[in-house]
Design a protein around this ligand. Structure first.
Ligand code: UDX
Length: 457
């Protein structure tokens, strides 16, 4: 098939490259001219493992190309809308880019071309797209609109696109049987070669599957983080509690890792958008707001805990006149990405900076700037004379057996290590004279035999 994808972000770029790999002829359009020029040379606008190679390969086949403006030809069979829908101040998604794309399409669409929305949008948006097109004289039966949300994760975007957990098609439930089946046939053709469970529903159902999934993932994380505070209070180990809870097949083990909280461009945004959608239709829901508040609290509570541990150590040993200086490992919202949007690491660092702490940070890919923050290109350089180390993003390079702990201890001035992703074995760190602090983890003497047996590192 010949298709046009609008928006060269994570979703548009990865989907376009994978569809080109499957044999389709794909034009990806982005309004950012510099981005397009660089993409034509195979230079990625962000770090995503394997994407540069895949894009370059597909550019060479000639099946993938980049353009700066939307040009729909009579060869185009399908237009996929993948533009961003960032959050407004009030939590609602900004549909400005989507609106301008729809208005552009309204001038260009030709009979039989499908409009497929991959951007995450509030319920009612695909219906609105259809209405806007129809106001411009394009009938739904001539150019059907499909909601086809994307579930890819940053860091594993290519794999998630090649082998998605599920495929959801939201179509107009007013379509009669023959055009509905014809439309589905064309969608199967688009995704031939991709095997995954399929759900066909109406527009609003598909839109809510997307928002509902991300809000639920956020809920799981906030739930386990809230439970981690109770573990702290009672001396239980959240990793064991989480493991035991996750053994119930009705719950499942994923997204139950306690930490500093969730970040990224999707979970926080889609949660706020869902809360906004509920409220704007008069649906009372306190849950969504609470999920977000727990997340925020978690980042700040552990910034405080970190500082308290440092203060305790300093008051017994070091000249307390000196400004507190800490090292932070990890800036990206999660490993294998350079994305810092809504990163818990940044909220954490900003809080420390607000308390007058000097912060020295290192991340293998991500960067961030703030007054009082020093970036380093080596993790150990960030540690020099630090009173404490906080490991906030679980990049593989920070794994327990990858770190030279003797050197860490030697380089730091203090001994506190905040393991904000629960990746370290405390006994091991203590052997080097370090003082480990985790999320919902008891002191070493309380650690359960199960934890030890798991060798959790
Ligand atoms: C998410 C959804 O997973 C994906 O399906 C959707 O298409 C886009 O949004 P992504 O934003 O890439 O993907 O990140 P994800 O892997 O979901 O992680 C989100 C955040 O939750 C990260 O900050 C991560 O560190 C945190 N997290 C995840 C936890 O704190 N604990 C966990 O157990 C899992």
């Amino acid at each position: 098939m010949e298709l046009t994808i609008i928006g060269a972000g994570y979703v548009g770029l990865t989907t376009g490259a994978v569809l080109a790999e499957l044999g389709h002829v794909v034009t990806i359009v982005d309004c950012d001219r510099r981005k397009v020029d660089r993409l034509k040379e195979g230079i990625m606008p962000f770090y995503e493992p394997g994407l540069d190679g895949l894009v370059s390969d597909q550019l060479r086949t000639g099946r993938l190309q980049f353009e700066n403006e939307i040009t729909i030809t009579n060869q185009t069979e399908l237009v996929m809308v993948c533009v961003g829908t960032p959050p407004n101040e009030d939590g609602s998604p900004d549909l400005g880019a989507l609106t301008s794309v729809v208005d552009d399409l309204a001038k260009q669409l030709l009979l039989g071309q499908i409009v497929l929305t991959k951007s995450s949008v509030p319920p009612g948006t695909n219906s609105w797209i259809c209405k806007r097109l129809s106001d411009a004289g394009i009938r739904e039966m001539d150019c059907p609109v499909v909601s086809n949300p994307e579930f890819l994760r940053e860091g594993t975007a290519i794999e998630d696109t090649r082998r998605p957990s599920r495929m959801v098609f939201g179509i107009d439930d007013r379509l009669s049987l023959a055009p509905r089946n014809e439309l589905l046939e064309r969608l199967y053709e688009l995704y031939r070669g991709i095997h995954s469970p399929l759900l066909v529903t109406n527009w609003e159902g598909a839109e809510l599957v997307k928002y509902g999934s991300n809000a639920f993932l956020a809920a799981k994380i906030s739930y386990i983080n809230e439970l981690s505070c109770i573990c702290d209070a009672y001396g239980a180990d959240i990793r064991d509690v989480s493991c035991g809870i996750g053994m119930d097949p009705r719950i499942g083990p994923d997204f139950l890792k306690a930490g500093l909280g969730y970040g990224g461009s999707c979970l926080p945004k889609d949660l706020s958008a869902l809360a906004y959608c509920a409220e704007s239709r008069g649906v009372t829901s306190h849950m969504f707001e609470e999920i977000g508040s727990i997340n925020e609290r978690q980042m700040l509570a552990y910034a405080k805990q970190f500082l308290t541990e440092i203060d305790t150590e300093r008051s017994s040993k070091i000249n307390t006149e000196q400004k507190i200086r800490v090292a932070v490992w990890g800036i990206a919202f999660k490993p294998e990405t350079d994305d810092t949007r809504m990163s818990p690491a940044i909220t954490f660092m900003k809080q420390l900076l607000a308390w007058g702490v000097e912060v020295h940070a290192y991340d293998p890919m991500a960067i961030f700037s703030a007054h009082g923050l020093y970036l380093h290109d080596d993790p150990y350089a960030a540690l020099l004379n630090a009173d404490g180390l906080a490991v906030v993003t679980d990049w593989p390079v920070f794994a327990m057996n990858q770190v030279n702990w003797a050197f860490v201890k030697e380089t730091m001035r203090g001994s506190v290590v905040l393991d904000a992703r629960n990746i370290y074995h405390f006994g091991h760190l203590e052997k080097y004279g370090l003082i480990p602090v985790g999320i919902g983890r008891p002191l070493l003497q309380h650690q359960s035999i199960i934890s030890e047996m798991r060798g959790n590192s």
